[in-house]
Design a protein around this ligand. Structure first.
Ligand code: ADP
Length: 394
């Protein structure tokens, strides 16, 4: 029996197929991605668990998410095991106040999740569209939603509150936090990788979307993203933390509409906005344009400040973990963040960092530093296997 995992992002659909083993970890069969919807390089690739390439080329249509999903499902249907699909698991970015655990989706839950679309406009519509498309094709297939907000639900209330009138807090205007599937995966990996799950750890998930999270004994205590995934660090095209007064100014003095401001903050800001060149860190690091250098400098500066803030929230720091596309692959960004964090007692092992070793701090570093590739899909596969199993009584 197989479980299909779908992680529909703003410009890509990542997927994985896992076999379910009784009492054991889901076993990866294949994983891949269709990328480049809405611009950028279009690519459809998939690899078997042993790394063998199953497909790698330009998708035939896939100019939008619906087409990409149709192409993916058509390809998957040719693969062995898809006739014995047990469940599908989905990353759903926003669970709001009501959904703090993975759950099986029904029509009513889907409607409630639809209400949260304005809070995660880059992701939630694609997450829900994938659920609907699968329901149409496989009407009786159990579908499980796994929420990016859920991992942060147990944070102390002081970490979740805005200094706004109480009635707004009670209405759910809170710091929810995101990238929770990634952080919960890292929390499960910490004891295996570092030999200890205990202690005070900051995880930097640096990808096209980027955030940081303070963990104490594996539990989320504070995070840089807030009510929406706009807050915190500057990202590929998102602005990160912004004085709310800027938005008032844009509304009142620049006569911009809410839709225009939303487009500005989600799609035209961040690394792309500052550099005017690209949202891709690889492109910026390779460029000698001063605007590219400035964008990278701002990214590193804001990570460094956030690290200080999260260490303060924890009252100390034992370890720093890098993950996400930039965190896993860019030795330069890691080195620059660590250099700025020397005051915390961080001492980088330059060779280990250059070779992307798992531990990249020197033996005498007061804070250990790690590179741990994240695996959001595995977290979803675990929940899907568990919930589909309980639904069918196995
Ligand atoms: P998403 O948030 O879409 O899941 P990823 O975690 O896949 O993003 O990260 C994508 C980003 O990682 C790309 O935009 C690119 O900037 C960055 N990246 C990937 N490889 C490298 C590298 N070798 N050096 C620097 N940046 C990289």
């Amino acid at each position: 029996m197989s479980v299909l995992v779908l992680n529909s992002g703003s410009s890509s659909i990542k997927f994985g197929v896992y076999s379910r083993r009784h009492g054991g970890e889901p076993q990866l069969q294949c994983r891949g991605e269709i990328e480049g919807m809405g611009g950028g390089v279009r690519r459809f690739f998939a690899r078997a668990a042993n790394g063998r390439t199953l497909i790698d080329g330009e998708p035939q249509r896939a100019s939008n998410h619906a087409e990409a999903l149709a192409e993916l499902l058509a390809w998957l249907q040719q693969r062995p095991g898809m006739d014995a699909l047990l469940a599908a698991g989905h990353r759903v970015v926003h669970g709001g106040q009501d959904f703090t655990e993975p759950l099986r989706i029904d029509a009513q839950i889907l409607e409630q999740l639809q209400q949260l679309v304005p809070l995660a406009p880059l992701h939630q519509p694609h997450n829900l569209a994938a659920i609907r498309a699968l329901a149409e094709r496989y009407p009786s297939l159990p579908q499980i939603a796994c929420f990016d907000t859920a991992f942060h639900a147990g944070q102390p209330s002081v970490a979740r509150q805005f200094a706004l009138p109480r009635r707004l807090t009670e209405a759910g205007i809170l710091r929810y936090g995101f990238h929770g599937l990634s952080y919960s995966y890292i929390a499960t990996r910490l004891p295996q990788v570092t030999g200890s799950a205990r202690g005070q750890v900051v995880v930097a998930h640096l990808g096209n979307g980027a955030s940081m999270c303070a963990l104490s004994d594996g539990r989320s205590q504070a995070t840089s993203m807030g009510f929406t995934a706009l807050d915190g660090l500057p990202m590929g095209t998102r602005c990160g933390a912004l004085d709310a007064g800027v938005i008032l100014h844009l509304l009142a003095s620049e006569n911009m509409s809410a839709t225009e401001i939303s487009d500005l903050l989600y799609h035209q800001s961040g690394l792309l906005g500052v550099s005017g060149i690209s949202n891709d860190m690889r492109v910026l690091l390779a460029s000698d344009d001063p605007r590219a250098r400035e964008a990278v400098e701002l990214f590193v500066y804001r990570i460094s400040r956030e690290l200080g803030s999260l260490a303060a929230a924890l009252g100390g720091l034992d370890a720093l973990v890098f993950t996400g596309g930039i965190g896993e692959h860019s030795a330069e960004i890691r080195a620059r963040v660590c250099a700025a964090a020397a005051w915390l007692g961080i001492n980088l092992d330059i060779d280990a960092n250059g070779s992307h070793a798992t531990r990249i701090s020197s033996d005498d570093s007061a804070v250990s530093v790690w590179v741990i590739p994240t695996d959001e899909e595995l977290m979803i596969a675990r929940s899907a296997c568990e919930l589909a199993g309980s639904a069918t009584g196995t």
